[in-house]
Design a protein around this ligand. Structure first.
Ligand SMILES: O=C[C@H](O)COP(=O)(O)O
Length: 249
C-alpha cells in the first residue's frame, strides 16, 4: 500500500475577514508545533484574504476556492489561477458543489479550471459528490464516476491533483454517510483514479468532506482510502480545525 501523506484542508467559503487571520495564524503555529502530526494542513480563505493569509500562515499552504479557466482577460469579477499563484496560493478548489449549483458549472468547466490550476503551477482539489435524490435512487457511483471522467484534468499527477468526495446532502447539514458508504465511494474513486491516471492514481489523495467535525473526524479519517478531509464550517475556528487535523498526530 502506498504511503500517502494526508491533507487536512479548510474551506472558509464566503466567510472571514482580516480579523479571522488570527485563527489562521493560530492554526499555522499549532501545525508547526506538530499538532497535525504527519498531515499537511491547508486553509482556503476567500480570495480577498489570500495574500494576507499567506503572510499570516508563515509557510503553511494557502489555497483559493475557485479560479477562471483563462489566464487573464475580460472576465469581470473572476480570478485566474495565475493570479492565485501570484498572491502566494499553492492549491485551488474547483468544482465544489456550491459552484456547480450556484454557477451552473458543468464537468467540462470544472476540467478547464483544473487544467488552468495545473498550468499555473497550483494543485487542483477537484470536488465530486451526489445529491440526496441521486443517492436515494442508487446513482451515487454512476454520478461520481461521470464527474471524475468529465472533470479531472489531463496530465495530472499525485502532486498536482487531490480529489474531494463531498456528498451534497452532507454539506453543512450535520449528516454524514455511514462509514461503509464512505468506504464504498472512496474505494470506487481509488479504482477509477488508477484507471484514469495510470502510475499516479494509487497515490492521489482522496479527501472526504461534508459535516466533518471534531466528534466524527477520527472515525471518518480511519476509513480506507480516506486521505484527509475537506472541512467547511469547522475550519473557521482554530480549535475545531486543529481537533480534526489532530487525528493524524
Ligand atoms: O468544502 C467543504 C465542504 O463543503 C464541507 O462543508 P461543511 O464541513 O461545513 O459540511
Amino acid at each position: 500500500m502506498t504511503d500517502i501523506r494526508p491533507l487536512a484542508a479548510g474551506n472558509w467559503k464566503m466567510n472571514g475577514s482580516i480579523a479571522s487571520l488570527a485563527e489562521l495564524a493560530a492554526i499555522a503555529n499549532a501545525v508547526k508545533a506538530g499538532e497535525a502530526g504527519r498531515a499537511e494542513a491547508l486553509i482556503c480563505p476567500p480570495a480577498t484574504l489570500i495574500a494576507a493569509a499567506v503572510q499570516a500562515a508563515g509557510g503553511m499552504p494557502v489555497g483559493g476556492q475557485d479560479c477562471h479557466a483563462a489566464a487573464s482577460g475580460a472576465h469581470t469579477g473572476d480570478i485566474s489561477a495565475e493570479m492565485l499563484k501570484d498572491a502566494g496560493a499553492t492549491y485551488v478548489i474547483v468544482g465544489h458543489s456550491e459552484r456547480r449549483a450556484d454557477h451552473g458549472e458543468s464537468d467540462a468547466v470544472v476540467r478547464a479550471k483544473a487544467e488552468a490550476a495545473l498550468r499555473a503551477g497550483l494543485t487542483a482539489i477537484v470536488c465530486v459528490g451526489e445529491t440526496r435524490a441521486q443517492r436515494e435512487v442508487g446513482q451515487t457511483l454512476a454520478v461520481v464516476g461521470a464527474q471524475l471522467a468529465g472533470s479531472l484534468p489531463y496530465g495530472a499527477t499525485a502532486s498536482t491533483l487531490v480529489v474531494a468526495y463531498e456528498p451534497v446532502w452532507a454539506i453543512g447539514t450535520g449528516l454524514t454517510p455511514t462509514l461503509a458508504d464512505v468506504a464504498e465511494v472512496h474505494g470506487f474513486i481509488r479504482r477509477e483514479l488508477i484507471d484514469l491516471l495510470p502510475g499516479e492514481g494509487d497515490k492521489v489523495r482522496i479527501l472526504y468532506g461534508g459535516s466533518v467535525k471534531p466528534s466524527n473526524a477520527a472515525e471518518l479519517m480511519g476509513v480506507e482510502n480516506v486521505n484527509g478531509a475537506l472541512v467547511g464550517g469547522a475550519s473557521l475556528t482554530a480549535k475545531d480545525f486543529l481537533a480534526i487535523a489532530g487525528v493524524y498526530k
